[in-house]
Every structure is written in C-alpha cells, then in structure tokens.
Design a protein around this ligand. Structure first.
Ligand code: CP
Length: 314
C-alpha cells in the first residue's frame, strides 16, 4: 500500500488487513494515552467530496489533523470549477499540484479508479456511487474485531445489499478472511448480486440467504444494519415500497443475544429506532470514532511513516 492508490478492497490481502488493524489499535491507544502526532506535518491532504458525507470526510480530516498534516477541501461540484463545466479529470489533475494525497467521493461508479489513474500522487477512494468504499470496510472490520475478537462469528448483513457500497466492501473483506458465517438479510429486490454467492460457494464461505430479520436477530453475534439507498433507485415507487422494510427497535431485537452487537455505517434513516441507541449492544457511534484510528493508519502506511510511529511507540 505504500505510496499507492486505495480504490478497492480487492487490493488488500490478509496481511494488509492485519497490518491496518494492528496499526489502528496502536494508534487508538497512543491517542488516548499520549496525544496527537506530527508525523505528517509536511503533508497536505485534499479532501474532495462531490456527494454528501459526514463521517468519511470528517474522519479523514480529523485523522490528518491528528497526524499533524494540513487539509485543503471542497464539497459539492458547485464548490469547484466543475460547477462551470470543468471535467473531473482536469479537476483532480489540478488539485494534485497543490497537495500530497487526494481523498475523493463522487457519485459515479468507477470514478475513483479513473481519477486514481490520472494523478501521480496517492489517491484514496471515499465512495464511488454504488461502487466501493474500501476504507469504510476496514473501519467496519476493525469495529467487529474489537468488539468480538474470537472467530466463528455469525454476522448478519441486513438491508440494502444491492446498492449499499459499505456493506459490499465489508463483505469482500469477510470473504478474504473467511472465518465467520455470513447471513444475508434483504428483501428479494435488494439481495446481493448472484456473483457474490457464486464466489462464496467457490471459496467455501459459509452463508445463509434469508428474508427473515427475526432469524438473524435470534442467531447472530453481529447485526450490520444498512440504509436503503434512496438516491440509487431509478424507480422511486420501488423505494417507497421498500423503505422501512426492516427496523431494529426494542421489540424486533427482543431475542438478540446479550453479547451481540449492532452496527451501522450510518447515516441511518428509520432502520434503527433511536430507542436502542442507549442499549450497550448498539456500537454504531463507536464505529464512527474507530474511523479516525483506521484512517490514520491508512495515511501513515500510504506515506510510509508507520515505521516511524511504531518506533515512537516502543
Ligand atoms: N459511513 C459513511 O460513509 O458515512 P458518510 O456518508 O457520512 O461519509
């Protein structure tokens, strides 16, 4: 990953995942006990978000700040000259002249790969439409392993498995790791594309495909809830029919194991009732915080400064 672009989870092997997880854990401990770092004080990160974001944008920016780096940023196409008709390609080739790394979110699938190929500095994809969200997958994986370190978990991925990029990126990591049993809980219209099932069958991944939220709640150790992705539907009537299909609330989680955890990449709409926010099993705001440690780890690795951090830590 050193000096490289990060645009897909498929580029990570098990040793990359372990490296990010281990470094994130050490960064979390360091920040909480010793404070901030200045390992990237000579670096500038350009944060380009052409689609709305709260967690990804702010956690990348916070990660860079906590490493002593600087940030330049734009939100929305109207905030840059794309609003006057400039292409995405010219935009990223211009921005790279001002910074050392670009983090970008854009609504088009494939835009991360396209932009990464055009620039010579490291590029991190922060979501390309319904495509990929590779760093979020590591945030989610880190959160799962921190909360439930033992293998052989039953992990339910629930909701919009068709359009949700975070859930599909996480799934790629879970397939690569292949130590847990996966439950896919979705209405037929939003089930995971068939090729994922073929891949899992080929790789010997244990899985259950179901419409039943009740079954997942009763049997699983991790519930990973997702939002139905309104903005990805061509037929808005279909969205109206599917919204609210699954809801976690005190009633629907009554059979959840006492040591299970509930996650969500957020934002949520109505799929998790606020009444369960105070349940100790609801860890989605811890998941939000973990994003800072994991994105700090990515930034240090990409700039080849993780060794410097590890020597500080000794
Ligand atoms: N999880 C996530 O990608 O959230 P944002 O859309 O707020 O960045």
């Amino acid at each position: 990953m050193i000096g490289k672009d990060i645009t897909t989870v498929r580029q990570f092997d098990k040793s990359d995942i372990d490296r990010v997880i281990s470094l994130s854990k050490k960064l979390e401990k360091y920040l909480q006990t010793k404070g901030e770092l200045d390992l990237l004080k000579d670096k500038i990160l350009a944060s380009l978000f052409f689609e709305p974001s709260t967690r990804t944008r702010f956690s990348f920016e916070a990660a860079m700040e906590r490493l002593g780096g600087k940030i330049i940023s734009a939100t929305g196409m109207s905030g840059v000259s794309m609003g006057k008709g400039e292409s995405l390609g010219d935009t990223v080739r211009t921005v790279e002249r001002f910074c050392d790394i670009i983090v970008m979110r854009h609504p088009d699938v494939g835009s991360s790969d396209m932009a990464a190929k055009l620039v010579k500095i490291p590029f991190i994809g922060a979501g390309d439409g319904s495509g990929e969200h590779p760093t979020q997958a590591l945030v989610d994986f880190y959160t799962i392993k921190k909360a439930k370190p033992a293998p052989n978990l039953k992990i339910a991925l629930i909701g919009d498995l068709k359009y949700g990029r975070t859930v599909r990126s996480l799934l790629e990591l879970l397939i690569e790791y292949n130590e847990d049993e996966l439950y896919f809980v979705a209405p037929d219209e939003l089930q995971l594309p068939e090729e994922y099932y073929q891949e899992m069958t080929k790789k010997g991944v244990k899985f259950v495909k179901t419409n039943s939220l009740e079954k997942a709640v009763h049997e699983c150790d991790v519930l990973y809830m997702t939002r139905i992705q309104k903005e990805r539907f061509e037929d808005k009537n279909q969205y109206d029919q599917l919204k609210g299909y699954y809801v976690l609330n005190n009633q629907t989680i009554r059979d959840l194991k006492p040591d299970a955890v509930i996650m969500h990449p957020l934002p949520r709409i109505d799929e998790i009732a606020t009444e369960i926010d105070s349940d100790p099993r609801a860890i989605y705001f811890d998941q939000v915080e973990n994003a800072v440690y994991v994105r700090m780890a990515f930034l240090l690795i990409v700039f080849d400064r993780d060794g410097e951090f590890l020597s500080l830590e000794e």
